[in-house]
Design a protein around this ligand. Structure first.
Ligand code: NAD
Length: 469
């Protein structure tokens, strides 16, 4: 089955381009469709449309904009089955998890639409009034990646539109279809030019981030690309939100229930085949329980069925694209070359990009699999002796996205959580994101946050009025 008729949305219209990009199902290696490969002309049209729509949209009452964000969510919900099936085909994730992602997008629209940013009145002395209002920035370029194409796009669409900005959104060329389809479904709900969705190859992102008609860039992707985005945004001082890579540590204290913690940590590390920005990417386990914990986790890892996500009963899908597949395999090769012990589950043969779920048994701290972001189903387990040592090793990273702590003793867990140099820290679970809570990375994991009131503020600028009475 192919999808060759998906169109971009520019100024409320369906737009195609002369050239196209093929989309491949990573579970089978087959081409499942092609999408427009936008060039400079289509980008110009999208930015012109967004600029043109901005004055009226900025002046549209907040409640009306919230109602439209809500209707986007309702439309996605009404088409969830079609969207989830398409998402599984292009991204590879199992059907239930695709459905979960699509419904998370719905939840994010609903929740974001309930948020407001009221004016703030401040003390200004006698005879004066002083008010700060959060005004929209203008045209936003949204760029997202392939691990959660739907939800990461909604994280930009909902707050950008609610706050009165207009948007030009570009999903990853590896997973463009479901987002283009959402654009088609909501095209008539949103005033022309407010939401533009374009697809293209490697040249399109840099053109967006350098374009003088863009006022803000909201970027989700790797730290390496984030640096380039920041550089290209600098000549015009664009506002920036950068949601980048992570190397999230888990610290497992000696008092945990081993079976229960192994089960929960399994999912924190291996959900979406490890292709989650906030996946557990290295787990520090206290030496007194290390062997037992490793063996419990190993049983679970070996029992997870991996395969084509459109089939029943699959827990883990493929790596989404060839470059990432090569990267993860490169890290496994490095482990083998250095004699690290691997504990692996089964992976299907064939043309799919499958990498077996793997535990790496206590590799050295300076090994590549510990130091680099794997973004795949491979988890190094590391033995530690003192909690202070574990915290130090966890923080010895240029990344600081999220972390987890596992213990029955809340005081002990909080002691560790407070010391982790990350934007989020979860106790006794992982991956717990909320539309109401700020999410972002410290250090080189990003700049700024998405979600919640803080995320909304990132789409605005404070404008202060001082009125002499
Ligand atoms: P990537 O940086 O290669 O690509 C991300 C997006 O940027 C794609 O749409 C791509 O087309 C575009 N792009 C590529 N070069 C560009 C350039 N020079 N200028 C502008 N845009 C450009 O990232 P990836 O490898 O596809 O994604 C995986 C990474 O994303 C991982 O590091 C992961 O941790 C991170 N991630 C972070 C979050 C978060 O919220 N912090 C969420 C998901 C993924």
């Amino acid at each position: 089955m192919t999808n060759d008729d998906l169109s971009m949305t520019i100024n409320g219209q369906a737009v195609n381009s002369q050239s196209s990009i093929e989309v491949i199902n990573p579970a089978t290696g087959t081409v499942i469709g092609s999408v427009p490969d936008a060039g400079a002309a289509e980008l110009e049209a999208a930015i012109t449309a967004a600029r043109g729509a901005f004055p009226a949209w900025r002046n549209t009452p907040w409640a009306e904009r919230a109602a439209i964000v809500n209707r986007i969510g309702e439309t996605i919900a009404a088409n969830a089955a079609e969207l989830a099936a398409m998402l599984t085909r292009e991204q590879g994730k199992p059907r239930e998890q695709a459905q979960f992602e699509v419904m998370a997008a719905v939840q994010w629209c609903e929740a974001t639409a309930t948020l407001t940013l009221p004016d703030r009145e401040m003390e200004a002395g006698p005879g004066r009034k002083q008010i700060t209002r959060y005004v929209p920035i203008g045209v936003v370029a949204g760029i997202s990646t392939w691990n959660f194409p739907v939800v990461l796009s909604i994280w930009k669409i909902a707050p950008a539109l609610l706050t009165g900005n207009t948007l030009v959104l570009k999903p990853s060329p590896f997973t463009p279809m479901t987002v283009l389809r959402i654009g088609e479904l909501v095209r008539d709900l949103v005033p022309a030019g407010v939401l533009n969705i374009i697809t293209g190859g490697d040249a399109l992102g840099p053109m967006m981030t350098a374009h003088p008609g863009v006022d803000k860039v909201s970027f989700t992707g790797s730290t390496a690309t984030g640096r380039r985005v920041m550089q290209s945004a600098s000549p015009t001082l664009k506002r920036l939100t950068l949601e980048l890579g992570g190397n999230d540590a888990a610290i497992v204290l000696p008092d945990v229930d081993i079976a229960e913690t192994a089960q929960r940590l399994l999912w924190s590390a291996f959900a979406n085949s490890g292709q989650v920005c906030v996946a557990t990417k290295r787990a520090y386990v206290h030496e007194t329980i290390y062997d037992q914990f490793r063996d419990a986790l190993a049983e679970l890892v070996k029992a997870m069925p991996m395969g084509d996500g459109s089939q029943q009963g699959i827990a883990l899908g493929p790596i989404q694209n060839r470059p990432q597949f090569d990267r993860v395999n490169g890290l496994l090769e490095d482990c083998k070359a250095n004699g690290h012990r691997l504990i692996q589950g089964a992976a299907p043969d064939g043309k799919g990009l499958f990498v077996p779920a793997t535990l790496v048994d206590n590799p050295p701290e300076d090994s590549r699999i510990v130091q680099e972001e794997q973004f795949g189903p491979v988890l190094p387990l590391l033995k530690y002796t003192t909690v202070e040592e574990a915290i130090e090793r966890a923080n010895a990273s240029e990344m600081g996205l999220a972390g987890t702590v596992w213990s029955k003793n809340m005081d002990a867990a909080l002691h560790v959580a407070e010391r982790m140099e990350t934007g989020n820290v979860w106790i006794n679970e992982g991956l717990a994101l909320s539309p109401f809570a700020a999410f972002g990375g410290r250090k080189q994991s990003g700049i700024g946050v998405e979600n919640g009131i803080d995320g909304l503020m990132a789409y605005t600028e404070p404008k202060t009025f001082v009125i002499a009475e």
